[in-house]
Design a protein around this ligand. Sequence first.
Ligand code: NAD
Length: 445
Amino acid sequence: MKADEIRRKEDILPPEGRLGVLIPGLAGAVSTTFIAGVEAVRRKMALPIGSLTQMGTIRLGKRTENRVPKIKEFVPLANLESLVFGGWDIFEDNLYDACLKAKVLRKDLVEGLKDFLCEIKPYPGVFRQDFVHNLEGQYIKKEKDYLGLIEALKADIEDFKRRHNLNRCVMIWCGSTEAYLSLKDVHKSLDAFEEGLKKNDPAIAPSMLYAYAAITSGVPFVNGAPNLTVDIPALIELAEKNKVPIAGKDFKTGQTLLKTIIAPGIKARMLGLKGWFSTNILGNRDGLVLDDAASFKTKEISKKSVLDYILQPDVYPELYKDVYHKVRINYYPPRGDNKEAWDNIDIFGWLGYEMQIKINFLCRDSILAAPVVLDLALFIDFARRAGLYGIQEWLSFYFKSPMVGKELYPEHDLFIQLMKLKNTLRVLMEETEITHTGLDYYIEE
Ligand SMILES: NC(=O)c1ccc[n+]([C@@H]2O[C@H](COP(=O)([O-])OP(=O)(O)OC[C@H]3O[C@@H](n4cnc5c(N)ncnc54)[C@H](O)[C@@H]3O)[C@@H](O)[C@H]2O)c1
């Protein structure tokens, strides 16, 4: 995270006017559940459950002070009324049709929002099928070269701002998971990347073109999928040069959310771990895309890294040296978005005695992801107004593979991530950080 200096609280720009939320993957399950959900909340038909910005509080000062405002009252965040939605997809459906196809939300809820949802239509996407083998793009931009595609995306951003009279925009990638891509030379510096753009280098993925268009338009960019996208030196450099905040990657929702809740507990009590087997059945379009080995590899890497960082096998070899960690996703259409996840955890305790934990999480993927999208849209917009730019590590709370600065390892423990997030808000709002030591309550000065 960079800032020329931490802005004084009074210098944080207020959330004036309307905020555009631009989503590549606009017609997908996560995006539609998020957008329809925000409108349902605005119409007072439901509560924004799962959203820290809307439901969460933050303690300020000592426990004896009883100062516990809601986060949205403490931090100058854009309010829900000011949000305007748009974006791109490779299917032309308006959001009403897309919501019905996604089958996440109840039909009566979607019907109640029909007037609003029908008005939201995607711009044609930038797509290459070699990055998403199991989808065929039907509604895609015609430009042949990368620079032309970037110009077309930037024109869409400007058109969206003009049409809706927007002050500011953020972009959140909710598009399909792209095929696995390792870091190549073309990703390693901005110069190399810009040369690569001129030559239409095949190692530059469509999501990177969106990110480039966003950052060069001054629009903060968040990556909700496990693709590299902005997590490459070239685009980090571009974000710093343009003073634009970026964050990613891969929303932390179902099974990995639980993993990063439970693993820190096992480690905190110095219990050992032999193996962790995680499997899922999932039947939505995301499940179809992940049924392809190349897209699954991107996801697998993202899902598997969390245990190593949390358990620190180098520091605790007797407990975690040879953990067998396996993650599987199985495409199973009958379940749609209602994923079922199983975890078998083989642990050991005092004197090496073995025990098992079994988890069966019948979750709803997009219901868990929607509030994450909302919080990220509001926080990344706040970051920009607070003068922060580059990687926003304080938003690690929301990601399976949090982006971090050079030479840092990511924090995966959900509770450390939450403390990092709240303390960042306290610092930015000129309140004392909370360390939870608590000795000052007992020791007289
Ligand atoms: N739901 C969750 O809990 C969760 C958690 C972590 C990450 N994710 C990631 O979020 C993304 C969205 O998930 P979903 O369940 O909504 O999937 P989805 O398949 O329903 O939606 C993805 C949408 O992206 C569109 N798309 C694909 N390539 C595109 C491109 N190049 N430009 C524009 N649009 C494009 C597809 O047409 C589709 O409408 C996936 O990458 C998924 O892995 C989801």
